[in-house]
Write a protein that binds this ligand. Structure first.
Ligand SMILES: Nc1ncnc2c1ncn2[C@@H]1O[C@H](COP(=O)(O)OP(=O)(O)O)[C@@H](O)[C@H]1O
Ligand SMILES: [Mg+2]
Length: 325
């Protein structure tokens, strides 16, 4: 184990948290022995996410366990990342409650979004033979862009891993981002354990490793076309090499002509898929796109996200059925 003890990470929740508002965990240091696992929510390339209860307070959270590099340098950068996470307070970002080491695994505790991820949601909607309306897609895009602008403006952070499973929804219908890489160290270290390629990677990422803020906009385009069509938009059976070649060189898939999507939504996706990142809009510019402007003018009564998410999970049966994918 490193000279730097895991306690340094465990101490994060003790950071004076006065600006966070009511926080049932404010006076607690999170400890593995205080957690009971209620349910496994899903498994990603880097770890496992569970719904857990903090026994002393009865507070329910989502806890992500990731294998952690004991290298002291990595732990120091991790600590910096966790401190930034701790400073993020936005309705579009999943709240971070604290982190601790459990053996050689890092446990990251965050707000539990019981409506599940957009991946779980669209799969559920597809199973029911239904569709997600363009107005709901507008509200999702708007929330994601607001989250990206918040991260970038307030914390100089680029998300780096935007995809349907990293967009989660509460049962109040709030749409939030999770799993963004603060300095990139955490994402990079996780990526090392990730065999395979992200479908959501922008061409500039494949070509050189540069990560401008516009790369998130590319990933947003792919995410939204996938959610709209309720399936991955790329042709089936591409090898990894063919996929990378496709992303860099081929025109990206668009919504089928015969389907009744608005020109604004189609154009929104086109803007996301501009290959040259210098010409692709930033998240802030995308907030001014007509598709988003029109969405932001629709009231909560006109597009009732709470009713929508409750409908997806058949209302009260929700908590049992909101299985993450
Ligand atoms: N805060 C959260 N609230 C509810 N579900 C979550 C939360 N964070 C993650 N999940 C669920 O856990 C699953 C696994 O997450 P993760 O390990 O990040 O892998 P990935 O995002 O690559 O699927 C996600 O698909 C998501 O459904
Ligand atoms: Mg994730």
């Amino acid at each position: 184990m490193s000279e730097r003890s895991p306690r340094s990470i465990r101490s994060i929740p003790e950071t004076p948290g006065g600006t966070r508002g009511p926080d049932p965990l404010m006076n607690y240091t999170l400890r593995p022995e205080d957690m009971v696992t209620e349910r496994r929510l899903g498994e990603g390339s880097a770890g496992t996410v569970s719904k857990v209860k903090h026994v002393p307070t009865g507070f329910v959270m989502a806890r992500k366990h990731v294998q952690c590099d004991p290298n002291p340098e990595f732990q120091r950068s991790l600590e910096r990342e966790l401190k930034t996470l701790d400073r993020c307070h936005s309705p579009w970002i999943v709240t971070f409650y604290g982190a601790y080491m459990d053996g050689d695994e890092l446990a990251i505790c965050m707000e539990y979004c019981e409506g599940g991820s957009m991946e779980a949601i669209y799969k559920r909607v597809a199973e029911k033979g239904m569709k997600i309306s363009e107005q709901v897609l507008g509200k999702i895009s708007e929330a994601v862009l607001n989250g990206l602008v918040y991260l970038h403006k307030m914390h100089h952070v680029i998300h780096r891993d935007l995809k349907p499973s990293n967009i989660v929804v509460t049962m109040e219908g709030q749409v939030k981002l999770c799993d963004f890489g603060v300095s990139g160290d955490l994402v990079n270290s996780l990526a090392e354990t990730f065999v395979g390629t992200s479908y959501y990677m922008a061409p500039e990422r494949i070509q050189g490793g540069k990560y401008p803020v516009q790369s998130d906009v590319w990933s947003l385009g792919l995410t939204m076309i996938e959610i709209a069509q309720m399936k991955n938009p790329f042709p089936n059976n591409l090898s990894v090499f063919e996929l990378l070649h496709y992303i860099v060189n081929q025109a990206m898939p668009s919504l089928p002509e015969e389907e009744t999507w608005s020109d604004d939504f189609r154009d929104f996706l086109q803007q996301c898929f501009i290959k040259d990142f210098m010409k692709r809009p930033t998240p802030e510019q995308m907030l001014r796109h007509p598709f988003i402007v029109a969405s932001s003018q629709r009231t909560a009564e006109e597009v009732d996200m709470k009713a929508w998410i409750r409908g997806v999970w058949d209302h009260d049966a929700t908590l049992q059925t909101a299985k993450a994918v």
